[in-house]
Design a binder for this molecule. Structure first.
Ligand code: NAD
Ligand code: TYD
Length: 338
């Protein structure tokens, strides 16, 4: 058995990864460590909470008394746990530093004391490259993060690298583009706009709507991580992108069409401060190890809309009943119509 520690496994990508990994690797015994912040939800792990090869531990990656022993029992660490929403980082950056940077430091310190550790996967992001006006970011490009979220992730990314270079901790770093799919918290553009559209209320599009993201279906991300874990080389960085460059306004139109709502629901709102114009990844390095994204964007987006339509019991308690989410929505969008 391979002892695997997944941090942040109650979040969007982490929970999809836990599910995927239990199904794909019969020899993995997974411990999920998650603080259950607003974004971490046990419902995301429904069906695998009782799995014989899975254990859930509620705890903070930045707490060495909890995280340290779990790392020291592991052969593989996949570190997803983070504060992840750019707008929240702009409003209040403190937690991003504590979790994304300091929490990563705590895990790496424990990893240093774990001779049996085969791999430590630092889940980074394409946002560390900053805004790329043209072309596609390669792993060797300069990092130019421009908001507190991406800067904290860049700090963690380079800290992880330094633990390989200095202490030979077997680190690999993956930088994925914008993920979408089931169980994404409805603060991010795709689930926010789908659920607003279902409720026939406006979708708040920042600025001129011409910012561009590369969209990656979450299971393609999981499969990419698997390939990087199995075939990657210590100390290396691997971009994982979907190859789907879409402008926000076009994404919004597609969502409205899929939900069956008019474009008049689009509400242009003030731009995000320091809003990165464009992200784009060159993924040839991971592709040379045998990975390809499999899910076409139109198909993945349609499936995602269907998932949110079929799982109102997952998102309505957050959007309609959680006072913290309603306050967030009011502060962010100046409206309680969430
Ligand atoms: P998410 O916000 O849905 O989930 C984050 C999870 O981390 C939650 O379950 C939360 O409870 C947990 N967490 C937060 N602070 C913690 C702490 N101190 N200790 C333990 N657990 C804690 O995020 P996500 O979208 O699933 O992103 C997961 C990872 O992937 C993050 O590292 C993020 O930077 C990275 N990433 C995300 C995207 C994307 O598009 N969502 C793209 C590239 C990289
Ligand atoms: P988001 O889902 O927050 O991901 P990220 O900022 O990490 O890329 O935002 C994706 C894009 O959508 C980004 O260009 C900002 C834009 N956006 C809006 O236009 N309106 C919104 O309400 C949100 C949340 C995002």
């Amino acid at each position: 058995m391979v002892n695997v520690l997944v941090t942040g496994g109650a979040g969007f990508i982490g929970s999809n990864f836990v599910r995927y990994a239990l199904a794909t690797h019969p020899d993995w015994r997974i411990t999920t460590l998650d603080k259950l912040t607003y974004a971490g939800r046990l419902e995301n792990l429904q069906g695998v909470m009782e799995h014989p090869r899975h254990e859930f531990v509620k705890g903070d990656v930045a707490d060495p008394s909890v995280a340290g022993p779990l790392v020291r029992e592991s052969e593989l660490v996949v570190h997803f746990a983070a504060e992840t929403h750019v707008d929240r980082s702009i409003a209040n950056a403190g937690e991003f530093i504590t979790t994304d940077v300091y929490g990563t430091f705590v895990l790496l310190e424990a990893a240093r004391q774990t001779p049996k550790l085969r791999r430590f996967v630092q889940i980074s992001t394409d946002e560390v490259y900053g805004s790329v006006p043209s072309g596609a970011s390669r792993e060797t490009d300069e990092l130019k993060p421009r908001n507190p979220y991406s800067a904290s992730k860049a700090g963690a990314d380079r800290l992880a690298y330094s633990y390989w270079a200095t202490y030979t901790v077997p680190v690999i770093i993956t930088r994925a583009s914008n993920n979408y799919g089931p169980n994404q918290f409805p603060e991010k553009i795709i689930p926010l706009f789908i659920t607003n559209a279902v409720d026939d209320i406006p979708v708040p599009l920042y600025g001129d709507g011409l910012n561009e993201r590369d969209w990656l279906y979450v299971l393609d991300h999981c499969r990419g991580l698997d390939v990087a874990i199995e075939r990657g080389i210590d100390g290396e960085v691997y971009n994982i992108g979907g190859g789907n460059q879409v402008r926000n306004v076009d994404l919004t139109r597609r969502i409205l069409q899929l939900v069956g709502r008019p474009e008049s629901l689009i509400k242009p709102v003030a731009d995000r401060p320091g809003h990165d114009r464009r992200y784009s990844l060159d993924t040839s390095k991971l592709q040379s190890l045998g990975w390809r994204p499999q899910v076409a964007f139109d198909e993945g987006l349609a499936d995602t809309v269907t998932w949110y339509r079929n799982n109102e019991s997952w998102w309505r308690p957050i959007k309609d009943q959680d006072p913290a989410f309603r306050k967030y929505y009011q502060d962010q969008y100046g409206s309680t119509r969430s």
